[in-house]
Ligand binder design. Structure first.
Ligand code: SF4
Length: 169
């Protein structure tokens, strides 16, 4: 089972292009200035099977979408469930570009099985004193936008320059 709070069909701030975004319920942190405080208790949200959530997301993905993003809350509070959701999606849409937002750092989560299924991790908690509204696809300067397949293959963190993405929007 997986707990989610909401699904958005037309986000332009959670990765490049128009994206479907799944907001998963629950986060172990309480960052000052958290953008989604109602998503922090793991008891909240809606509980469905992993396959049900995957099917809902696949149904929303159309030709106009550049990809799918998982946000929250912190999706990695439910790592096994997230693995099942993304596995289901990857089996049917291996081409879909998948971003994951998490308060954990890449170093903390790189060995989780779900990491082998995603394209990009935006890592680290939101830190209010590092907030910068000029940043693209992230809220605070400590957060990194990481090319996950490249980073896992080389063992070196490969950060993505957001200016490249912003220029394409
Ligand atoms: S990691 Fe994100 S969702 Fe969790 S408390 Fe911090 S800002 Fe809120």
């Amino acid at each position: 089972m997986v707990r989610y709070a909401d699904i958005m069909s037309d986000s332009i701030v959670d990765g490049p292009g128009i994206r479907v975004v799944a907001f998963l319920q629950g986060c172990p942190r309480i960052c000052e200035g958290c953008h989604n405080p109602s998503l922090l208790p793991i008891e909240g949200g809606i509980e469905v099977t992993e396959n049900e959530l995957a099917k809902m997301l696949l149904k929303k993905l159309t030709a106009k979408h550049a990809g799918l993003s998982f946000s929250g809350g912190d999706p990695l509070m439910q790592p096994e469930a997230l693995y099942k959701v993304i596995s289901f999606i990857r089996n049917r849409r291996p081409d879909v570009n998948i971003w994951l937002y998490s308060g954990y750092t890449f170093e903390e989560v790189k060995d989780l099985p779900v990491m082998s299924l995603i394209d990009v991790l935006v890592d680290g908690p939101f830190i209010l004193k590092e907030k910068d509204i000029s940043l693209v696809f992230k809220g605070s300067r400590n957060q990194r936008i990481i090319d996950v397949p490249n980073s896992l293959a080389t063992g070196q963190i490969a950060e993505i320059l957001t200016k490249k993405y912003a220029a394409n929007i």
